[in-house]
Design a protein around this ligand. Structure first.
Ligand SMILES: Cc1ncc(C[n+]2csc(CCOP(=O)(O)OP(=O)(O)O)c2C)c(N)n1
Ligand SMILES: [Mg+2]
Length: 329
């Protein structure tokens, strides 16, 4: 159960690299657009952007297979885009319109897709962790070989329900990958201020759960670690923890004054570790793509995001009668 050093493979193909570049850029541009629409008053309520963390979800989706499940917190737009949910449907949900994936009634934190096996979108910190183990329980019961990716943050990692879940998941050998997206902050509280034991994945050892720390700014190291985690789960060995070290460039949510860290800290991360720039460099220095090729991809992504934004503005607001649908009682 020792920490493993993840070293990115150098024999990755041009097509694979371009795929990662495209996927990460889609999330980045989508989130920038969402930030703009929020600023224009077109998006209301909560909105937590994923900018900076793109390599985490894109790397892990590359390790997933058809039918695998995913569940996450409120910082969920990237997860939805990476598992193939429609950008227009996500954006229209942010603007609260009929064409949104929850018909405009869920908003940023509450979207689901049965088709893509995406189980939300959860606003209560840590709440998705036991739910993720429950999804994995169903898969184990049905013996279908599927794995559930259960994402949560460094702040959520201090919650009691996480450890009750670890205990049961290991006891029942559930096929669940616990992904701690350690972006170093829980709202305005840094990991250093919230815990004396900063190695979050090692806490799984108390329950006998294997895991490792991963460089979450490098999509290739994330993918490799994801493959190890998934192989462990599919082999029937129970859960696996990936503590993915990442960083969010924007505030916690759109209403964060960001007084708890310096501009220089953010700037340094952007300049030295940016996940998209790293892949861009690999593509160019490896002569897998020219500047022109990348410009064409940039344009393709810009068009997708602009279309999603247009759709999110043109789609009508839900009819009043919708208040009485999709409710239990
Ligand atoms: C049970 C609960 N307590 C507090 C909050 C308020 N809250 C929302 S996000 C957050 C921080 C969580 O940070 P982390 O788990 O690191 O995730 P990140 O926002 O960094 O993705 C808090 C305290 C909440 N939503 N639910
Ligand atoms: Mg955090």
């Amino acid at each position: 159960m020792a920490a493993r050093k993840t070293t990115a493979k150098s024999n990755v193909s041009a097509d694979e690299l371009k795929h990662y570049y495209r996927e990460m850029l889609l999330i980045r541009r989508f989130e920038e657009k969402a930030g703009q629409l929020y600023g224009m008053g077109l998006i209301g309520g909560f909105c937590h952007l994923y900018i900076g963390q793109e390599a985490v979800v894109v790397g892990l989706e590359a390790a997933a297979e058809e039918g695998d499940k995913r569940i996450t917190s409120y910082r969920d737009h990237g997860h939805m885009l990476a598992c193939g949910m429609d950008p227009g449907g996500v954006m229209a949900e942010l603007t609260g319109r009929e064409g949104g994936l929850s018909k405009g009634k869920g908003g940023s934190m509450h979207m689901f897709s049965k088709e893509k096996h995406f189980y939300g979108g959860h606003g209560i910190v840590g709440a998705q962790v036991p739910l993720g183990a429950g999804l994995a329980f169903a898969d184990k019961y049905q013996d279908n070989g599927r794995v559930t990716f259960t994402y949560f943050g460094d702040g959520a990692a201090n919650q009691g329900q996480v450890y009750e879940t670890y205990n049961m998941a290991q006891l029942w050998e559930l096929p669940v990958v616990f992904v701690i997206e350690n972006n170093q902050y829980a709202m305005g509280t840094s990991v250093q201020r919230s815990t004396k034991s900063p190695s979050l994945w090692e806490r799984g050892a108390s329950y006998g759960i294997a895991g490792e720390e991963v460089d979450g700014m490098n999509v290739l190291t994330v993918k490799e670690a994801g493959e190890r985690a998934v192989a462990h789960c599919r082999a029937g060995k129970g859960p696996y923890i990936l503590e993915v070290k990442t960083y969010r460039y924007r505030g916690h949510s759109m209403s964060d004054p960001a007084k708890y860290r310096t501009r220089e800290e953010v700037q340094k991360m952007r300049e030295e570790r940016d996940p998209i720039e790293q892949v861009r460099d690999m593509l160019l220095t490896g002569k897998h793509a020219s500047e022109e090729d990348l410009k064409a991809i940039d344009k393709e992504i810009k068009d997708i995001v602009n279309q999603a934004a247009e759709f999110s503005k043109e789609s009508p607001e839900p009819a009043l009668e919708e208040l009485w649908t999709d409710i239990y009682a």
